[in-house]
Design a protein around this ligand. Sequence first.
Ligand SMILES: [Zn+2]
Length: 242
Amino acid sequence: MAYPRAGGEIPGFRRLLPRVLPPVLFLALLLLGLLGGLWLYRRLSGAMTGHEAYIALQPPSPSRSPRVGLVAGHLGHDSGAVCADGLTEVEVNTAIARGVARRLEALGYAVDVLEEFDERLHGYRAAALLSIHADSCEYINELATGFKVARAQADAVPEQSDRLVACLISAYGRKTGLRFHADSITYDMTDYHAFREIAPETPAAIIETGFLYLDRDLLTRGREQVIEGIVEGLRCFLEESE
Ligand SMILES: [Zn+2]
């Protein structure tokens, strides 16, 4: 009985094989497909995570928050012009530079307030650099009132710097009511040291906000107008550049 049973099992198995094999093969292929899919998914998601990390490491695009450099004239170096009662040019320049910086930062700009001989000026890159100074506190004559704006004599981007100067002259004159004192722009202004230190592609200008003697009221008590004039002048330039 044992033999026929065993002998009977082999043909039974052979009969079963064609029925069992297709579902087994199907399951094996399904498993391979799932494993392959899982491998592909891990490869792709890994690549995407890597890509996101790469993007996150990039510095913010300069067009999103343009950088502006403001030199507070004489800061960290000397007092600049000094008035008889002790008011100094450096304190006037610094208050104006800080006021302009606060306003520009509130508008979304990245601002550096720089010292007169700041290390950061070497190769400095920004959408614009403005150095803020004020004129003498000596009584010269009744004509010693008004403001001046100039760019470097040897400017590598003269069209841009000229536009910066034009924007500042127009906005500053409008906001402060001061006259533009073109006739007293000196060689010192156009050959200003910072112009030679910054990156050549940075548009730059220097402003003399007024004379500390005759324009003192505006530069101290009327400082908001001064700040407004500079902010408007810079925005006129920066918004056109974007
Ligand atoms: Zn000065």
